[in-house]
Design a protein. Sequence first.
Length: 107
Amino acid sequence: MPTFGLVYKPWEQLSLYANHTEALQPGSVAPTTAANAGQSTGIAHSKQDEVGVKIDYGTIGGSLALFEIKKPNAISDTAGNYGLDGEQRNRGVEMNVFGEPMLGTAS
């Protein structure tokens, strides 16, 4: 499955990045309450995209990223069969700050 990334450093302390990852994962198993209990849903294909910025001055820094993850949705249909149908999409923002509150006290 394809995985690639790009990092651009316009200055020593600043990095801009983007990446894309695709993966195959084993499917889940239908629960005992489903009409097809114990059967596998098959292989799930997931995708993740992320863009972000990171700044690092040595004793203090931080990062900010936007991400999106897409993967098949596991659900029971009206007949009670458990399987993959539709798509689950998670989007978000992640922020990190790091540093030394006082000189000599690395976090």
